[in-house]
Design a protein. Sequence first.
Lengths: 301, 296
Amino acid sequence: MKYFLLGAITASAITYSIATVVPAVAQTTTPQPSLAPNPQIEIAYVKPANPALTSIYAALQQRKVLETLQLFLAPLKLPPDRKLVVKFDQCGGTTGIPYKQRGPVTICYEYVAQIQQLAPKTAVTLVQGSVTPETAIVGPVVQAVLQQVAIGVFDSLSLPVWGRVDDAADRLSAFVMLQFGPDIAWNTIVGTAWFMSGNATAAPDLSSVAGAVAQRYYTTLCIAYGGEVRGAKVTAAGADFRNFVQSAQNSAAGDLPQSRAQSCPDEYDTIKQAFDSLILPYVDRMLLQKVQATKWVSFGG
Amino acid sequence: MKHTGSTLALVVNAICLCAPVGQAHGQQLVSDLNAYNIQVDYYAPRDPSLQPLYQRLKNRKVLEELGQFLAPLKWPKTLRLLAKQCPDSGVPRPEVFYNPTEYSVTVCYQLFTKSLEPAANTTQVGGANAGFAIPREVLVGGLVGTVLHEAARAAFDMLQVPVLGSDEDAADQFAGLVALQFGNDVAETVIKGTYVLWSQYEYELRQNDVPYNFASASGVAQQRAYNILCIAYGGRPATFKQFVDKGLLPASRAGDCANEYRQAANAFDQTIKPRVDSAMMHKLLTMTWITPDDLK
């Protein structure tokens, strides 16, 4: 993770508020009228008791992050008797609350605070491309929401989950982030990787089922690189996931080792196959097309 | 590392003198593995020091015995179980691997000399795992556990099983889950043997100051050791509470192991069980495979 860490050190990693990120998650092109909020997705912004988290609470509400999620998940059809509750909440100082059967899905304000804390104040130019403050905040917030919702969906649909649930949710969220064109793919993946690399400084608890943050970092990049190799439209000029692969020939390359990179196309295939066979049957294809045609997030310069 | 003939004999005898894994005290599940799309081959090693091991494994039909465990699964293509000398480098640890091009699971002879034997030695008096397991548990259990892991990858591949997580983690879950379907004798042997194998590998890495490879597609050795203990404790808490009591499985992880087991069992029921000959599986589970006397 040396390149992201280098970027984190050289940039001013002064707190960059989610409130000032422009454009924010919900300031998007207006979704097409035929997309309605998924009635099976219930949302809540729980007011935090900790005043230090109030600004984050207010910003997320103002940006209508969860309302946007309801529209984004419009195509998902849960079983008739199921609802999935998704909320932002204060988590008592921890950055994550494990999901329990039947939910709710909780994204912690403390986690968003951590994302803010690690975001650069100004754009950082890496050899692989640039990381803007928007990228560094919106990317991991999107990933966190998708990852936690994925765990909730696994439960709601009673899906067979081989492997560790958190890792499965990471893979699925990375896969989803790659399905909306190069701009979203690049910014959400790289923003997530930036946050994870900055967050991987403490010694990991190897007994934890969640896995080490460093492992999540490499898996996220691996799925992205694998998707690119498999032809997913995920890259644009100056933004190429192949530059994250270590290479003796390319000194500008990043730190995904070749030993891992060679399996990444297959790992992408695996998550794609799992999505197609397990989740797609619960997705309204017409609405999915509308969702994919919507510009959900616009990353300015 | 050169091994004396007597050391290799000890390794193979430990495997052979325990209950014939596939023959289960004179019983046999299937007489012809080829009829169940399982083919076995032993390749003579180039290294003369491995010849005795090769001969004993072949004469004792160890791969055929392992194949008995795998026969109830309805393999759509021929699964080849191979034993051979592998290259000195570029081979994963432990030295067993699945090749999706050939649909083969290869057991390297080096598995016995480089992994199983050193791991088994840690259960000797004064060793790190003394009192936790006995050498034969490590030799037999470690072998069965690693072969089940690679067989799981073969099953995921051939049966096109949807795997949302890492297929390495999934294969570990599969191996633990299958082991737990048997009685305590088999379950403890496989779980303990696999655990000691991973513990020994972790120990070697620490001794050689090798940094954790978090970029790897599979978890690091210590994580895999915890994972197998958790599946075991989650599926059979009374039997495997010893892991928690001994501090091998932290309480912070142990608390949710029942859920982890249920998750893996649900995945197995939905994706693998429909492809299993249930009558054959039932017979397999009711046969006596390993008894405490076999492991003395």
